[in-house]
Write a protein that binds this ligand. Structure first.
Ligand code: HEC
Length: 149
């Protein structure tokens, strides 16, 4: 009996070591993940609001509906029940101030009593890209807001 127990103990010790490793590994993994997230945040360049950033963001996210020229004739437009706005229409665009444009892009059409077919972009884009988009929209319409609402 005692001999048997002695023979088993190295196996038990081995098992115990393995269990400790298994328990410790996820903790080590979490620490590594956290360090990676911090490093990524530090490495991410701070976005500057600019016309160029607006142009690139518009081409990527807005042209499927609003069109490459911004005139509302994107390839997706014929499939929508509501026609996407024509951003080159200076009369239409000058009736919207920058705050209203920000709210529309950030929270979607429904926020400004317009169609839900205009999606909300805040979560995907963030403030800097939305402000850059507004610079680009003002270039597309060659206009500024004429009224303050
Ligand atoms: C899935 C299609 C779709 C995409 C993609 C889209 N829009 Fe729209 N957008 C619409 C539609 C449809 C309307 C018209 C809503 C209405 O008149 O009720 C609209 C309207 C607008 C308006 C005018 C709202 C008003 O005050 O009348 C602005 C500004 C606008 N979109 C900006 C953008 C920007 C900037 C992007 C890219 C980040 C974008 N949209 C992407 C469909 C889209």
């Amino acid at each position: 009996m005692t001999i048997r127990a002695k023979m088993k103990s190295p196996g038990l010790l081995f098992m115990a070591t393995l269990m400790c490793l298994f328990l410790a590994l996820p903790v080590y993994g979490e620490e590594k993940k956290e360090a990676a997230a911090v490093a990524a945040e530090e490495a991410a360049p701070k976005l500057e609001v600019s016309l160029e950033l607006g142009r690139v963001t518009y081409q990527h996210y807005c042209t499927p509906c609003h069109g490459v020229k911004g005139d509302g004739n994107g390839f997706n437009a014929p499939h929508l029940l509501v026609k996407p706005a024509n951003h080159t229409d200076s009369k239409f665009m000058s009736e919207r101030n920058d705050t209203k444009l920000f709210d529309t892009i950030n929270l979607g059409g429904v926020e400004v009593a317009k169609s839900t077919l205009m999606p909300p972009w805040g979560a995907a884009l963030g403030d800097e890209k939305i402000k850059s988009l507004i610079l680009y929209l003002r270039e597309l319409c060659k206009c500024q807001a004429t009224k303050n609402w």
